[in-house]
Design a protein around this ligand. Structure first.
Ligand code: ZN
Ligand code: ZN
Length: 400
């Protein structure tokens, strides 16, 4: 049989398209304007800037405005060109951008919060403006009348917010690592459920309304995929970052999750694969493989004159094992472990090379990411870094 010549795999990585460097301060939030080759940025230096791509391929400022206080977050709706900005003072300021993106007109100011606005979200279908603040309030306003419709008190301040238009559920992720689901009505809301899986605060939330899956990213370096629509309550952990997760975007057309972390890492997760939940860790007074007692099991240590051992857990089967019986490490991508983790010797034998095939790709943005935005129509990703630079990436080599 003739040997087939395999084509050399191409370098499949995000391609840096452009950099916006003429910034005085860190850009806390930015969006790509679809179809316009433009970027809107808000920065700690109190400016809001619109950048348009010129013939040279460079982004140049088209219009900018200096605000009376710094802007902490923003939402942009391309259909209405409405820009909603959450301010340090607690108010949300709305601007309408002109069709050519050369003019910015103030539209309305909402006195939404008592402290810094942490997240703002505009829902065109409902004409609702959702916001959360350091005053621990979640509020929603009617964007037509400007009137406050309702408010909900959260236990700690909120750092992630998503909304499902179809069922009117709001997903609220907070500093304690908890996610709360609220059902919103026109002027009241009810608590549906809360869930907690992170040991650090929630830094980003991303909702996929088609698969009905919620992704939460955390300062504990992990991402959890919560299967809300499946109603089975599965939660799958994705371990692929070495630092705080700072941004999450979902490319629904290719079913890929894009995540960015403060060490500059960009991970692209194939969400078309079926992953399994990690097992509960089992409790035992002795190694579940060799039966040697663990160090707190004084009785067995005394009876069998054995030295107590430290307890470890196999990440694949969840058994309590001693160090000797779990000396090997392996990736288990189908359980979300893209990094090597402790496994017991028998599980190590059972993991095939095929099982070890990564289900994510890893890239370096070369700056510490503070904010990330993905624009599906152009396939471009925006990262903003602590280096005061905004980078634009063509993701089509990896997100396709
Ligand atoms: Zn053992
Ligand atoms: Zn095991």
């Amino acid at each position: 049989m003739a040997a087939e010549i395999q084509p050399q795999p191409q370098a499949r990585k995000p391609c840096l398209l452009s950099k916006i460097e003429a910034l005085q301060d860190v850009v806390s939030s930015a969006v790509i304007i679809p179809k316009e080759d433009g970027v809107i940025s808000v920065s700690e230096d109190r400016t809001i800037r619109v950048w348009l791509k010129r013939d040279s391929g460079q982004y140049w400022p088209s219009v900018y405005q200096t605000l009376s206080s710094s802007c902490s977050c923003m939402a942009f709706n391309p259909e209405t060109r409405r820009l909603s900005m959450g301010m340090d003072t607690g108010s949300v300021c709305e601007f309408i951008l002109s069709e050519d993106y050369n003019k910015m007109t103030p539209a309305r100011t909402y006195q939404a919060h008592q402290g810094r606005v942490t997240v703002v979200l505009f829902v065109l279908e409902m004409e609702w403006l959702l916001s959360t603040g350091q005053d621990k309030n979640f509020t929603w306003h009617c964007s037509e009348s400007g009137q406050q419709l309702g408010t909900y008190r959260t236990s700690t301040w909120v750092s992630g917010l998503q909304f499902d238009v179809e069922t009117r559920h709001a997903f609220v992720g907070d500093q304690s690592g908890q996610v709360t689901i609220l059902k919103l009505e026109q002027d009241n809301c009810s608590l549906v459920t809360t869930f907690k899986g992170h040991t650090g605060n929630v830094t980003a939330l991303c909702w996929d309304p088609v698969q009905r899956v919620l992704f939460s990213g955390s300062s504990d370096h992990s991402i959890i995929m919560w299967d809300i629509g499946g109603r089975k309550g599965t939660a799958i952990e994705l371990q692929g970052h070495n630092d705080k997760v700072q941004g999450l975007c979902y490319a629904s057309h290719t079913r890929q999750l894009i995540s960015g972390s403060s060490d500059g890492g960009i991970v692209i997760w194939n969400m078309d694969v079926t992953r399994q939940e990690t097992p509960e860790w089992l409790d035992s007074d002795s190694c579940q493989k060799c039966e040697q007692p663990f160090f707190w099991n004084f009785k067995q240590m005394w009876d069998s004159k054995k030295i107590g051992l430290r307890q470890h857990h196999c990440r694949k089967c969840g058994q309590a094992v001693c160090g000797k019986c779990s000396s090997k490490r392996s990736t288990i991508p189908l359980m979300g472990f893209e990094f090597e983790v402790r496994v017991c010797d028998s599980c190590y034998e059972s993991i095939t090379d095929e099982d070890r095939a990564p289900t994510a790709t890893f890239h370096d943005s070369k700056h510490s990411i503070v904010y990330m935005h993905y624009e599906p129509t152009t396939g471009n990703l925006l990262t903003s870094g602590t280096d005061k630079v905004v980078k634009l990436w063509d993701m089509t080599p990896v997100v396709s």
